[in-house]
Each structure stands twice: as structure tokens, then as C-alpha cells.
Design a protein around this ligand. Sequence first.
Ligand code: HEC
Length: 99
Amino acid sequence: MFHPALSLALSLVVLFSFTPASVSAASDCTTIITERCETCHYKTRICRKLGVKSKGQWKRTVKNMVHYGAELNKDEMKMLVTCLDTQDKSIVNLCEQDE
Ligand code: HEC
């Protein structure tokens, strides 16, 4: 027999393990930057290169960062390179926020 508090706790665990936050795939560029890039350096390193690098250069940079240890899969890399190259609004907004 389950104690009511225990089964409540169990269902909460089950519930939370299915919330998007615990899924490893990042769904947007802002999340990738804050959760995968800022583990090593501030976003300012990224922000000051917006509008400076070509798409090819961003590709190389992101690839380099993955070699350093950034955890991005192929789709996330592609998405991020596009956001950086096109100066996506979400990134511009993120860069305008304080550290
Ligand atoms: C494992 C640590 C690490 C992670 C994670 C990381 N970086 Fe870096 N990054 C570095 C280091 C070290 C440097 C300085 C050396 C260099 O320039 O290559 C750097 C420098 C940079 C620079 C400035 C140099 C240049 O080439 O313009 C940019 C832009 C950059 N990182 C972007 C990113 C992005 C975007 C991400 C997320 C996908 C990221 N970094 C994640 C370690 C990391």
C-alpha cells in the first residue's frame, strides 16, 4: 500500500521528468547561449561579434567552441549559426540585457 504523501511525491517526480526543462535539446538560440555558451564565458564575447563575422566564420567559431566542450548537437549548431548570422531578434535582445 502506498502512503498518500509518497504517491503524491512519486507523481510529482514523474510529472517533472516530462517538463521541457529537463529535455536536453535546446529549443531556441537564447537558451543555447545562456545554458551552453555561458558556462565558459560571458555572452559579451559573442555579442560583440554580432554583425562582424560572416556565416562561415560563425560556423567555424561554433565548431571551435564545441571542440572546447560546448554541448551542442548538429541541429543546435545549425540553428545557432543562423541566429548569429542573421542577428536574430532574440539574440539582440539578450545582448542588450545586463550581465
Ligand atoms: C568549453 C568552454 C567554452 C564554451 C562552452 C564556449 N566557449 Fe566560446 N570561447 C572559449 C574560449 C576558451 C575562448 C577564447 C579562445 C578563442 O578565442 O578561441 C572563446 C571565445 C569565444 C568567442 C570570441 C572569439 C571569436 O572567435 O570570435 C566567441 C564569439 C565565442 N567564444 C562564442 C561561443 C559560443 C557562440 C558558444 C556557445 C555555442 C561558446 N562560445 C561556448 C570557450 C568556450
